[in-house]
Ligand binder design. Structure first.
Ligand code: AP5
Ligand code: MG
Length: 210
């Protein structure tokens, strides 16, 4: 099963990817996590991406297309994958079509803008493994510590309110048109992102079987 998770910043793509990849036993490819990883290790790509991420802008298409293309060629993607945060523009979707992979379904996680601000302000992430938490809706077992790897949880720099507003307007202008792109291809599955985290995952899995 080759899946795409679509949705606004903070809609819950990463959260759902974490559940779905375990249940479907396929890897998640998160461009956001890959870019943050590159930034942390100070690679050339990471340095190039830094200013874009911190301003709430998208990293140029050619950069992300390159990293996804390379990642999809790895063996663990042969039985399927979940794309979290890619594609985010029409040119990225067109490039994905040219990579020779068939996308089965595109899950659009729908959350209104006013709910997003609350979600991201309470989000905490693990800088080491990328796992995501929320101070109210998805608490770690021990405050400030990642359940999975024991590292310290932090707030993402781009989760400051002004940057979130910019990310939302970039989303509406550049990413939202992908809904029509995939609806036209008969692949879009729309999910109410305001349901409980587990309920969204169960409903998605049900729909994927249908
Ligand atoms: P990226 O890391 O992909 O950020 P994003 O799309 O802005 O999405 P987020 O990770 O903020 O949100 P999410 O949907 O994963 O939500 P989460 O599950 O964490 O990208 C970061 C940057 O990298 C971009 O701005 C761009 O610069 C660059 N980039 C990445 N990909 C790119 C691309 N393809 N092209 C160009 N540039 C790219 O959930 C949010 C919070 O809500 C969490 O705290 C969670 O616990 C909570 N939550 C989740 N679901 C629920 C629920 N149902 N109910 C209540 N709380 C919930
Ligand atoms: Mg994410």
């Amino acid at each position: 099963m080759n899946l795409i998770l679509l949705g606004a910043p903070g809609a819950g793509k990463g959260t759902q990817a974490e559940i779905l990849c375990e249940r479907l036993n396929i890897p998640t490819i998160s461009t956001g996590n890959m870019i943050r990883e590159a930034l942390k290790s100070g690679t050339e790509m990471g340095l190039k991406a830094k200013a874009f991420i911190e301003a709430g802008q998208l990293v140029p298409d050619e950069v992300v297309i390159g990293i996804v293309d390379e990642r999809l060629r790895q063996d663990d993607c042969k039985n399927g994958f979940i794309l979290d945060g890619f594609p985010r523009t029409i040119p990225q979707a067109e490039a994905l079509d040219r990579m020779g992979v068939t996308i089965d379904r595109v899950v659009d996680i729908n959350v209104p803008d006013e709910v997003i601000a609350r979600r991201v302000s309470g989000r905490r992430v693990c800088l080491d493994c990328g796992n995501t938490y929320h101070i109210e809706t998805k608490k770690p077992h021990v405050d400030g510590v990642c359940d999975r790897c024991g590292s310290t949880l932090v707030q993402r720099k781009d989760d400051q309110p002004e940057t979130v507003q910019e990310r939302l307007s970039v989303y509406h202008a550049q990413t939202e048109p992908l809904r029509d792109y995939y609806a036209a291809a008969g692949k879009l599955l729309v999910m109410d992102g305001q349901m409980d985290i587990q309920e969204i995952a169960e409903k998605t899995l049900e729909q994927l079987k249908a």
